[in-house]
Design a protein around this ligand. Sequence first.
Ligand SMILES: [Zn+2]
Length: 382
Amino acid sequence: MRQLSLEEHPQALTAEPFKILLASPMVLASVIALSLLPAGCVRAPSVHSENSSYIRTESSRWPNPRAIPVCIMNIHDIKPNLLNDLSTTVRTDYGTKAGVGYVGWEPCSDYYFKQSSVRVYFNPSQNWSDGNGSTGGNSLDGATGAGTNATMTINIDAKGEYPQNASEELKSRVRSTTLHEFGHVLGLMHEGDRHDSTCDRKTGAPGVNIGSYDPNSLMNYCRPAGQTLTQGDVAGIHTLYPELKGAGSQRKNSSNQKCWEIPEFSSDPGAPLQQRDCAPGVPNQLWRTQDLGNGEFEIRSSLTNTCLDVAGADLSSGAKVILWPCSGGDNQRVRLIDQTGGGKSVQFKHSGKCLDVPGSSTENGIQLQQWDCNGSSAQNFD
Ligand SMILES: [Zn+2]
């Protein structure tokens, strides 16, 4: 097969990149045991099962790659610190580099079983000292749909945490394998399977080449140990999900330098607009300003495509600002008022009041509010 991740050679794209690049949930259903091995290491052959049910269709694309639900099948088998380490790795690498949002990371519930989701099983029967710290998993995509089985397996050990004396190399390999499996989730295949690959470990899965061979690709069995997403990998993801390109920009308070965010990648209507330390490129801190004409704008989250909104169209000072499905209502229409230093105040049309950091707080997790416009630094945003 050929590829999946790629260098930036858009002219090499076929007319139907989605159709060709995406893998069905059935396809890579076997465990991949080798992805932790360092470059050049030759071990037992991969056990990817290949069969004629390898279906690749456009419908298997994730409908919203900015908020792909992830849940944990057996949360009691993994210690919170290890889960946090792996989930932070995935969220940060995919969010910062590619604009992909992997959200949730809580125990699997009906919510996850009733929709396409990444259902992760942490297999506790492995032993870190075996050298395979963690191993592969299944591939799936937006067509996974309902079901109660795990859709990805990450091998850990019975203690559910890194060994006390775990080396950074071991940790980075486990993180790299986890990242690799989440590449399959998006539709990336094994870079080493390209016909022009110099990696000697093929799995034979079909795919299509985009751009030139990337020996360092996260999706390459022959990649360097501890690899994360490469530029080529990101280009592949953006070929599959072009809407993730140019996905908006951060908005931060000009004084405390905290960024607007939606907490926990929430897609719930009514999620609060908060401030937090900026994390470049993470989708829950990205925003787009839409010109509605007459000097009025709406501000949309790049994560959820919902709008900044004063809850209940409240007129009072101190009313909370939330995210709500865009309606064009006056409590979502804003004027942008120039402030000193190049920043702007955000004035809501319905109330004439301005977006405001309560008490000029510098704390993370503070929900923003509306307040009488006063030109203070608490109302000045870049
Ligand atoms: Zn793989």
